[in-house]
Every structure is written in C-alpha cells, then in structure tokens.
Design a binder for this molecule. Structure first.
Ligand code: ZN
Length: 77
C-alpha cells in the first residue's frame, strides 16, 4: 500500500458555514480531535468566539459536520 495513514486522515474537515457561521472556510485536520481543535482556534481568531463561549451544543455541531474530503471533491458533485 502506497497511501500512508496520515494522507488518508488529512482529508477530514469541517466547513465553517455548516456550523452556522457566515464563512466558507474549511478547516482540516488529521483526525476528529485535531479538526475540533483547529476549528476552535479558527473561531476564536476569525469570529471572535471565545473558548468559554463554546457551548457543548456548538461542539456537537462541529463534530456532526466533520466530513471526509478528498482534494478533488471539495465543492459540488
Ligand atoms: Zn470561519
């Protein structure tokens, strides 16, 4: 097998708009945990949402919207 585990899992991401924000950024990570982490940082930096303001509901929403993306399928089908 030529594909490494890391390559595969790099394609996990969440679209900011899916969380309910007016933003078309997609945040990628190696795994769910990393996507969550990166998203929280993004929300803090770009949307001025503090970690303390992040509700459990919001975290669930992020987790629910984490999808597999392959470089070629971002966008419409
Ligand atoms: Zn955003």
């Amino acid at each position: 097998m030529s594909q490494t585990f890391e390559d595969l899992s790099r394609s996990l991401g969440v679209r900011c708009a899916d969380i309910g924000l007016d933003c078309n950024r997609v945040i990628f990570g190696m795994n769910e945990k990393e996507v969550m982490y990166e998203t929280i940082i993004h929300m803090c930096e770009y949307h001025a949402i503090d970690q303390e303001e992040m509700t459990t509901c919001m975290r669930l929403k992020i987790r629910k919207n984490i999808h597999m993306y392959r470089d070629s399928v971002i966008g419409d089908r």
